[in-house]
Design a protein around this ligand. Structure first.
Ligand code: CA
Length: 225
């Protein structure tokens, strides 16, 4: 999953980014004003936007209105410096998905962000299942047929992305854009190695059907649980 953090207080932005990377393993990009936020959002690569309200160039509210009027439905978590309930209610009506009032607990922000992403992918459940594969999103634990599967952080993130899209073919480029931050192009030649490790680890016994399929020239998908 990839998150855009839009916050002009540089230290706070870095803390939020670090929290999301460390606790949830998300790829995180950080920008410091509303104009950069809109440029980045136009790539469509984000699974969540954390959006401060008081920003240079365009305010958070203007960014949110612009996204929603362009039918961009990426979930948005608003950060607000004052607990101004009337304003926040207005923003929820405009299409914000949740909000937190500063100062906030970083752990709570991270947990709420995870919940928003899960809901936006069509499931509010913290445990995602595909056939005999189970992914526990809070503990980062993966089971196949009830047995733990040890995955590297990158393998876990690949599986997490794919399990939200069962039976849908995900291109290598889409996967790279959602797994990595600005630097995704540098990772393009290692993704196949991660894929082959993940495929091997998900086989619970020799001769099992592979859960992870590679479709030449098209991408990857979870199929045949
Ligand atoms: Ca601000």
């Amino acid at each position: 999953m990839r998150v855009l953090v839009v916050e002009d207080e540089v230290r706070l932005a870095e803390n939020i980014a670090r929290g999301l990377r460390e606790a949830s393993g998300y790829a995180v990009d950080v920008v410091h004003d509303g104009e950069e936020a809109l440029t980045h959002c136009s790539t469509g690569s984000y699974d969540l936007i954390v959006l401060d309200l008081m920003l240079p160039k365009f305010t958070g509210e203007e960014v949110l209105r612009s996204l929603r009027s362009a039918r961009d439905i990426t979930p948005v978590m608003i950060l607000t410096a004052v607990s101004d309930i009337a304003r926040v209610i207005k923003l929820l009506d405009v299409g914000a998905d949740d909000y937190m009032t500063k100062p906030f607990d970083l752990g709570e922000l991270v947990a709420r962000c995870r919940a928003l992403i899960r809901r936006s992918k069509g499931t509010g459940e913290p445990i995602l299942r595909f056939g005999s594969v189970e992914l526990h999103t809070s503990e980062h634990v993966v089971l196949r047929g009830g047995k733990p599967v040890e995955l590297s952080p990158t393998e876990y993130r690949i599986l997490e992305y794919l399990i939200h899209r069962p039976r849908i073919v995900v291109s290598k480029r889409e996967l790279l854009e959602h797994l990595y931050d600005f630097t995704w192009e540098h990772h393009s030649n290692v993704i196949e190695a991660h894929m082959s490790n993940l495929r091997r680890k998900l086989r619970s016994a020799p001769g099992d059907n592979d859960v992870l399929e590679t479709l030449r020239g098209r991408g990857y998908r979870l199929a045949q649980p």
